[in-house]
Design a protein around this ligand. Structure first.
Ligand code: PRP
Length: 178
């Protein structure tokens, strides 16, 4: 829960049109960089990345396979920055080009953990595509190969991002004000 937000006031941060324009640009960059790849394994992190992943991959021409992780970074007995894998990917990624697709990089712990795991499992290459980069919150370094938008440290919702599990289905990125 966000402190002070009882009746949240929703404002637009990034419109649907700006999102879709930028996503089309990212898709073109990805196609250009993987022009010689026979297959690209695209991995989303549930649940937030789903809306972005679907729109992005509908615009990508490179042959892609899709899989998902689900993680949690809080709960009984977890240390700050300790990320748990709640659902692993089904595919073997050894020797494969992998593109990790995320809605937002915040502290960086989730992506750092997953990127390290994918490299440990012998991926041929691992890159990260993140729609939003909240750099002011970063605690561990995570290189973002394809970055949609840099944003300020605001509580953002929509287009996959939730507040108490709501707002994920907004077609734009908004923020909540008390
Ligand atoms: C969000 C987001 C990333 C992670 C980023 O997911 O989708 O996976 O947090 O945070 P970090 O950089 O501080 O690790 P969340 O755990 O909220 O789950 P959700 O996608 O199901 O909402």
């Amino acid at each position: 829960m966000v402190e002070g937000i009882e009746k949240p006031n929703l404002k637009t941060l990034i419109s649907e049109e700006r999102l879709q324009t930028r996503i089309a640009e990212l898709a073109r960059e990805i196609d250009r960089d993987y022009a010689d790849a026979e297959r690209l394994i695209c991995i989303g992190v549930l649940k937030g990345s789903v809306f972005f992943l679907v729109d992005l991959l509908k615009k990508v021409q490179t042959p892609v396979a899709v899989d998902f992780f689900q993680t949690s970074s809080y709960g009984a007995g977890t240390e700050p920055g300790e990320v748990r894998i709640r659902k692993d990917i089904d595919m073997s990624i050894r020797g494969q080009h992998v593109l990790l697709i995320e809605d937002i990089v915040d502290t960086g712990y989730t992506l750092r953990t997953i990127l390290d795991l994918l490299r440990f499992r012998g991926a041929r290459s691992v890159k990260l595509c993140a729609l939003l980069d909240k750099e002011a919150r970063r605690e561990v370094e995570v290189p973002i190969d394809y970055s949609g938008f840099s944003i300020e440290d605001r509580f953002v919702v929509g287009y996959g991002l939730d507040y108490d599990q709501l707002y994920r289905n907004l077609p734009f990125i908004g923020y909540l004000e008390p």
